[in-house]
Design a protein around this ligand. Structure first.
Ligand SMILES: *Cc1c(COP(=O)(O)O)cnc(C)c1O
Length: 362
């Protein structure tokens, strides 16, 4: 494959810091890089507490646990999101209430939240889909008035801002992922961020087996082992040194894709007070195009593409709902190569293949 969907950028300092872990024998979850990586996320996003964990999925699980989600609590979340946001609800025995997203922003909306809120609603999970946050001011204000906690699945949006504020520092509690195709990667990795001191205390305690504050091997709450390793964090530290540059190049390549394909496909609508992290460049194809056929065609040209996530409600262990926008977006959306190393001529080449296909099959 000449153009995979993503290639993580691993450079000299990643190698250097990982070797430092190995040479120093600090390869488990103790060691200087975990603290340092947490500090870097705090400084970068402006959030008070950042708690490193093993991946983005356990970050969500832990966040929901720490805010006190109990069996039968209702959790409102977008039907169009990655499976991890929804599964975390099931892990705690709570009830996912899958709501439709906007046909333009592809994000959860306050209207849909209001329609689905009940006295049992404990929390709302918002997803910054493809790196773009939803209408956070409105959602936060509404949730506060109802005593509902807002959890942000910001796995895709490190580097994104909403009215000048970083994701990770907007909702009551937020999570990041550092999987290989995320803007900053640690291989596998995650982070929970919050400005709430009580949540911070519980996050640190519960990610570490619910250890008692002073009595060794006594566990006063049910915890987990969700700890990030020093090696993961070492990679993350090196990645954070270059985050601005990575984001800049992703923004550029999004611009090139837009230049080439504007009018032919439908891009995500992004309000002017939002800076998206442009996690993946993606768009909706015209309805008369059979996405899977285009994807096969792209494959023959050495270009990897991906379909959008299925609606969560289509998974056999979720309850079916009829969310029309989610179904449409899921059916027609496609991701294209989005790694920061791409040059303008690469993007032009990729777009020319798409254009050729659309012309001959439109
Ligand atoms: C990547 C991702 C996750 C999960 O992260 P992992 O680190 O792979 O567990 C969760 N939610 C969204 C929206 C994601 O894109």
């Amino acid at each position: 494959m000449k153009y995979p969907i993503y290639i993580p950028e691993i450079k000299e300092n990643e190698r250097k810091y990982v070797l430092d872990c190995i040479d120093s024998t600090w390869i488990s979850s103790k060691g200087k890089y975990v603290d340092l990586f947490e500090q870097k996320i705090q400084e970068y996003t402006g959030v008070k507490h950042a708690v490193a964990v093993f991946n983005g999925t356990v970050a969500l699980h832990l966040a929901l646990d720490v805010i006190g989600v109990k069996p039968d609590d209702e959790i409102i979340l977008p039907d169009f999101t990655y499976i991890a946001s929804a599964n975390a609800v099931l892990y705690l025995g709570a009830v996912p209430v899958l709501v439709d997203v906007s046909k333009d922003s592809w994000n959860i909306t306050l209207d849909e939240i209001k329609k689905n809120v009940t006295p049992k609603t404990k929390a709302i999970i918002i997803t910054d889909i493809y790196g773009t946050p939803p209408e956070m001011d409105e959602i936060m204000e509404f949730a506060k008035s109802k005593g509902i906690v807002v959890v942000a699945d910001s796995a895709e949006s490190l580097g994104a801002t909403y009215k000048g504020k970083h994701t990770g520092n907007i909702a009551d509690i937020s999570t990041y992922s550092f999987f290989g195709n995320k803007t900053v990667t640690t291989g596998e990795g995650g982070m929970v961020t919050t400005n709430n001191d009580e949540y911070n205390y519980l996050l640190r305690k519960k990610k570490n087996q619910g250890n008692h504050d002073t009595i060794r091997y006594f566990h006063d709450v049910l915890g987990y082992n969700f700890r990030m390793t020093n090696i993961q964090a070492a990679i993350g530290c090196a990645q954070m040194e270059r985050i601005e540059n990575t984001l800049e190049r992703k923004k550029n390549l999004f611009g090139w894709y837009k230049e080439e394909l504007q009018g032919l496909v439908k891009f995500q609508e992004i309000e002017e007070y939002i800076t998206s992290s442009i996690w993946m460049v993606c768009f909706l194809l015209p309805k008369n195009i059979v996405r899977e056929d285009l994807m096969k065609f792209m494959d023959t040209k050495g270009i990897e593409t991906r379909p959008f996530f299925f609606p969560i409600h289509e998974m056999p262990f979720y309850t079916t709902v009829n969310n029309k926008n989610t179904i449409e977006i899921s059916k027609h959306g496609m991701n294209v190569p989005s790694y920061p190393q791409l040059k303008k001529e690469d993007v032009v080449y990729i777009c020319n293949q798409i254009k050729e296909y659309l012309e001959n099959n439109g």
